[in-house]
Each structure stands twice: as structure tokens, then as C-alpha cells.
Ligand binder design. Structure first.
Ligand code: FE2
Length: 383
């Protein structure tokens, strides 16, 4: 990659570049100075920045810019500092675009939404392979980043084996439920607490802040009839609501719901967050949906509460629509992971003889994405 032309703009406050690919990009002098990669600006070992914004003169401008073989040489005033920026690096960092025209609820790469028709493409890999083969692990982690869900097979049928799934990429997040928790229901119709009734699709623990961002559910026994697991892409649900009813979508994103859990002694977890969470630029970043732990919602003004409830109802109807869900029955030694900020999970009802025993744990997505990025970097370097 080469730069063909560089023109100073606004007395050197910015520079306009034209690359040999035809791409054009403007960069501000302040931005370039702040992102310099020389050893006085960035520590050579860990790459961390050694200067603060206050160390850069507010009147920084480019005194001189000239083209080199594969980069841009810049002299910054008033510091009198000479730096070179690689052309390929500049092309990859371009921020030269006009006002954000994206629709609220847009999704950042690599997220791709799905519905029931995706069933056959649900990514699955065996645990021993994931532990031994970095390429297989990379594909599996990439599937979690893209789809928010993936399966694992051929794991040990022993208590605590789910920790090996978390260990593929990071660390378990321990909570008041322990390092992991039991999802065990003997089929026993005389005991109403353990009737095996289905659960509406939900995200876990919306009453925590921050919410656990990954959940692993690992099967140890599943001989009961039914009890299938079901997953729904909450981002697909939110976008469908947006396309049907933009005002309803906006209400669920604008106002915070409230969630709480006080089901055991010494625990009173509470969170105030919207059911649909958007970044300030409208990116869809989170779903919290759980009928069992939604507290009285008191942050919606009286005049908007009926419309809010209509949107909440419609969101739930879309969640319950079978065309949105992928379903599967876990066998002992199989597990699945969900992005708990996005993908809702559910259990179908079950009956008859037999038993169902799953173990669950939480982990965090930043560790998973970090492991994925590091693997991509290493495997690319080795290729
Ligand atoms: Fe759950």
C-alpha cells in the first residue's frame, strides 16, 4: 500500500491522503500526534501510551508532510517532532466518514442474526478437539462471537466438567449460586416445585450489574421425555420489533426496566437497565428479558406506560414465536454456551420417567473475545 498524494488542510490542522487503492482519508494533526508509535509515545514492550492528552500541545499542527516509500512523514509543530506513519496502518484506521446514518439497532461485525432456519448451521465441536486443536478452537470461538451460541460434544460425564468448557477461553464468574449451579429436576409429579414445566426463553440474572455475559449449560443426565433446550436470538427479536414497530422498539430502549432477585437469605440483587440496550450511536448491544425476575417498572412515565407494555408484550410474542428458535436435546457430555447479553435460552416442559441433570456456570465474553483475537493473531502470524 502506498500514499499517492498528501495535502495539508486548514493550516496543517489536518491532512488529506489519497492511497494507491483510490481510498481517500483525512486525518487531524492532533489525532495523528496522539496515535504516534514512536518509543517516546508508546512503550515498545507492551504498546501502552506513555503520554497523556495534556502532554500534546492544543495548537498541534503539521508543519510539513511528505511521502515516503510506504508511509507518510510528518513534522509536528510546535513540538518539532518528526514521525512516520505506515500507509497500510493509516488506511486501516480511517475515520473519515460523514454523519452516522445507521438505523438504531444496527449490529457491529461479526454479529449475524439468525432464526429457526439456522438450526442446521448451529456450530458444534467436540471438547477433546477444542482442547487440542487451535484452529478448531478459533472456529468455535468465532461462532460464539458471530451467533452468540455454540455447542460442545464428547465431554466427560462427570460433575464439574463444565469448567473445562470455560477453561477453553477464560475464567468462570463465581456468583452467590456458586462456581457452578445444579439444574437438576427429578421427574416427580407429587412435587410441584419440580414439575418439569417449561420456562419462557430468557436471559439469566438480569438483576446483576454487570450481568454475566456468558452462560454454559452442561448435560450430565437427560433421560426424561422432552426437556429440550431452546435458544432464541434476542438481537433478531429486537430488530424484528424495530421493523414492525419502531416506536415500541424505541420505548424498550429508552426506558430502564427493573430486575431483582431476593430468593435466598442475604441476597438482594437489583438492577435498573433497559430490556433493549443501545450504545449512544444506536448499536444494539444487549438484551435483558426474564419474566421471573422483572420487578415493578417505575421509570416509564404514566403517559407512555401503556405503549411500553404493548411493546413488551409484542417483544415476548416474538420471543415465543417458534420460527425464531433453535431447539436441541442435549445428551450427557454435551453442552452449549450462550452470549447472555444477546441469546435467550429456554427449556421445554418434560414428563414421564427418567431424569434431567444439567450444571450451569457463568463466564465473561471479554475473555472469550480476547482469546479469539489472540488466536487469530497467532495463527495468522504462523501462516
Ligand atoms: Fe436460565
Amino acid at each position: 500500500m502506498q500514499i499517492q498524494d498528501a495535502q495539508l488542510l486548514n493550516q496543517g490542522r489536518a491532512v488529506a491522503l489519497t492511497f494507491d487503492t483510490g481510498q481517500r482519508a483525512r486525518f487531524h494533526a492532533l489525532w495523528l500526534r496522539d496515535n504516534a508509535m514512536d518509543p517516546a509515545t508508546r512503550a515498545p514492550g507492551n504498546g501502552q501510551r506513555l503520554i497523556t492528552i495534556g502532554d500534546i500541545p492544543a495548537d498541534t499542527h503539521i508543519a510539513k508532510a511528505s511521502l515516503q516509500a510506504d508511509g507518510l512523514a510528518v513534522t509536528f509543530a510546535p513540538e518539532g517532532k518528526d514521525l512516520v506513519f505506515p500507509a497500510a496502518w493509516l488506511a486501516g484506521q480511517s475515520y473519515d466518514r460523514s454523519e452516522d446514518a445507521r438505523q438504531p439497532g444496527w449490529l457491529a461485525a461479526p454479529v449475524e442474526t439468525w432464526d429457526a432456519s439456522h438450526q442446521d448451521q448451529l456450530h458444534s465441536a467436540d471438547l477433546p478437539r477444542l482442547q487440542a486443536d487451535p484452529e478448531a478452537l478459533k472456529s468455535w470461538l468465532a461462532a460464539v462471537a458471530r451467533d452468540g451460541v455454540a455447542k460442545v460434544g464428547d465431554g466427560p460425564i462427570e460433575s464439574g466438567a463444565l469448567l473445562q468448557v470455560a477453561g477453553l477461553f477464560g475464567y468462570v464468574r463465581e456468583t452467590n449460586y456458586g462456581r457452578w449451579f445444579e439444574v437438576r429436576t427429578e421427574v416427580n409429579p407429587s412435587n410441584l416445585a419440580y414439575t418439569g414445566l417449561g420456562l419462557q426463553a430468557h436471559t439469566d440474572n438480569p438483576y446483576r450489574d454487570p450481568v454475566p455475559t456468558l452462560q454454559i449449560l452442561y448435560c450430565l443426565e437427560n433421560s426424561a421425555d422432552g426437556g429440550d433446550s431452546l435458544v432464541v436470538d434476542g438481537f433478531a427479536v429486537a430488530q424484528r420489533l424495530r421493523d414492525e414497530d419502531p416506536q415500541g422498539f424505541a420505548l424498550l430502549a429508552k426506558y430502564c426496566a427493573r430486575f431483582e432477585y431476593a430468593g435466598s437469605q442475604g441476597v438482594r440483587l437489583q438492577a435498573r437497565r433497559p430490556m433493549i440496550e443501545l450504545a449512544p450511536d444506536g448499536e444494539l448491544i444487549g438484551i435483558r428479558f426474564n419474566n421471573r425476575s422483572t420487578a415493578p417498572i417505575t421509570d416509564v412515565p404514566f403517559d407512555e406506560m401503556e405503549a411500553y407494555y404493548a411493546a413488551y408484550r409484542r417483544f415476548a410474542e416474538i420471543v415465543d414465536d417458534p420460527s425464531m428458535a433453535m431447539a436441541f436435546k442435549l445428551e450427557p457430555g454435551q453442552s452449549f454456551i450462550v452470549d447472555n447479553t444477546r441469546v435467550l435460552h429456554a427449556r421445554k416442559g418434560y414428563s414421564g420417567s427418567g431424569s434431567r441433570w444439567l450444571q450451569g456456570c457463568y463466564a465473561d465474553k471479554d475473555g472469550l473475545l480476547s482469546t479469539l483475537a489472540a488466536l487469530e493473531h497467532e495463527l495468522e502470524a504462523a501462516a
